[in-house]
Every structure is written in C-alpha cells, then in structure tokens.
Design a protein around this ligand. Sequence first.
Ligand code: HEC
Length: 148
Amino acid sequence: MTSLKSLALCFLAASVAAAPDADTMKRGQAVYSRTCIACHQPTGTGLPPVFPPLAGSEWIAKSASIAVRNITNGMIGPVTVKGTTYTSMMPPVAGVSDKDIADVVTYVNNSFGNSGAAVTEAEVKAIKAKYADRKTPWTAAEYEKEGK
Ligand code: HEC
C-alpha cells in the first residue's frame, strides 16, 4: 500500500516537473508557425503521404533528441509514421536559435494530443554538441537502433 502510494506520488512529481509553462508554449507555438507549419500543418496532422504527422507520432514519443536532430540536420526517408511510410526529405530548419529549438520541441511534445517532456536550451546544446560532426540528414533506421 505504502509503496503504491509513493509510486503514484512519483508519477505525479514526474508529470508536474515535465509540464511546460505557458510562456514556453506560447514561444514554441510562434516558432512552430514560422518554421514547421507549412509542412506539418496547424494541428500537426501533416499532409500524408508527403509530410508526416507530429500528432501522435511515435518518433515524437520516442525521444526529444529526434526532433532536435531533424531540425539541425534534416531527415531522409523512408520513415513510417502511424502506419504510413513516407519517402521524402525534411530539410534542416534555418534561422532558429537553440532556445527556439527548445521551445518548439517542447510545444510539439505537448500539443496535438501529445504529452511529453519540456526540453531546455541546455539540453538542445548538449544534443547538438554530441552530434556536432553530423553533416547529413538523419534516417529512421538510425533512430530505430537507439534506445529511448
Ligand atoms: C519543408 C517541409 C518540412 C518542414 C518545414 C519541417 N518538416 Fe519535419 N518532416 C518533413 C518530412 C518530409 C519528414 C519525413 C522525412 C522522411 O521521409 O524521412 C519530416 C519528419 C519529421 C519528424 C519525424 C517524423 C514524424 O512525423 O514524427 C519530426 C519529429 C519532425 N519532422 C519535426 C519537425 C519540426 C519540429 C519542424 C519545425 C521546427 C519541422 N519538422 C519542419 C518535412 C518538414
């Protein structure tokens, strides 16, 4: 009983800690409208079979690092999202600061029915530093090999 209770408290603490504040969501939405919306659409549905959805995407759920790396280096298909295979290409997103990337990934992680982590500017910097040598677009096959 006690352990169940502390487990429940743990989940509560985790979800409270991960919940982004309203200002971050507002900034993230502005970055989304400027840099993602043309392809992934206002409600994250994408435009199948050319642009995949972010709403309910298993790649969004898998790791925030994926969105950060797609923004930085782009992504080249094939990639299967919610049962549809896309063989297209996402170009690197230009004109975004590390702070913009943190805000937009936090926004996408917590919009369109998604619920995920808030990403900080420091985390974005760390992900970029880890993959600094990367010059080509990422692939789903590479992401699949990685853990969460
Ligand atoms: C020019 C169109 C375009 C823009 C702009 C764009 N994307 Fe993409 N995105 C794509 C395409 C196309 C793919 C699939 C690429 C492939 O076939 O491998 C993709 C894939 C993704 C994926 C992995 C697959 C999925 O559906 O979850 C994520 C995450 C993602 N994009 C996030 C973003 C975010 C966040 C932004 C804005 C900061 C953005 N994209 C801007 C076209 C775009």
